[in-house]
Ligand binder design. Structure first.
Ligand SMILES: Cc1cc2nc3c(=O)[nH]c(=O)nc-3n(C[C@H](O)[C@H](O)[C@H](O)COP(=O)(O)O)c2cc1C
Length: 190
């Protein structure tokens, strides 16, 4: 089984990375990888989707790291999306990642793919849940199956893993990471 983490933060090893890594390292027996979205976007032709062709012909990212990232997502048994809270929502990088993958949506590549979510903000009640909900919306538009962090080993939980910076000291978020790993393992072993 292969699980990919998608890091929407410009900080390669920051808070979002920490949370993704906490989840993935507890997905025992699975091959895992974390991809940094901002780095992948660097070598694409345009910084955002500019709707240059309808349908999308992928021309802005053919042969780039972004194409490799989408390929890895397509072969993954589950995906964990992570974003810092930026103005109560996901980062521009992650939103662009969802936007630029539009052609893959047309190819129905991600229908039913299990997707889970982590986020970290600097403030308590800083918009963590609205950030998770924004990621949910994009994943749903791709046809993905949303996984919450609830598990039999913990509790039913809520929208996703929500942390306050520094995430390593947020005990509740760390418990939720463990619970989410259990949930993912349960889902992909069905
Ligand atoms: C542009 C920008 C907007 C931000 N907006 C919020 C916010 O709305 N709420 C919040 O709690 N933190 C906000 N923050 C703080 C980040 O969410 C926080 O530092 C996060 O832990 C960074 O994660 P990272 O280390 O993975 O990049 C913002 C930071 C930046 C740079």
């Amino acid at each position: 089984m292969y699980i990919v983490g998608i890091n929407g933060s410009p900080n390669e090893m920051g808070e979002t990375y920490y949370l993704l890594n906490e989840v993935l390292k507890q997905c025992e027996g699975c091959e895992t990888e974390i991809i940094n979205v901002g780095k992948c976007l660097m070598d694409t032709k345009t910084p955002f989707c500019i709707n240059c062709s309808v349908p999308c012909n992928k021309s802005c990212y053919k042969g780039t790291d972004l194409e490799t990232a989408y390929d890895k997502m397509a072969k993954a048994n589950a995906i964990v999306f992570g974003s810092p809270v930026y103005f109560g929502s996901m980062s521009g990088q992650l939103k662009t990642f969802f936007d630029k993958g539009r052609a893959l949506r047309g190819e129905k590549l991600f229908i039913g793919k299990p997707a889970a979510f982590v986020t970290c903000g600097a403030s308590m009640f800083g918009g963590q849940e609205s950030t998770i909900a924004a990621m949910h919306a994009s994943a749903l538009v791709y046809g993905m199956t949303i996984l919450g962090p609830g598990s039999n080993e913990f509790d039913a939980a809520h929208l996703g893993v929500c942390a306050v910076k520094p995430a390593k000291d947020d005990q509740w978020a760390n418990k939720r990471c463990s619970s989410l790993a259990k949930r993912i393992l349960r889902e992909i072993s069905k």
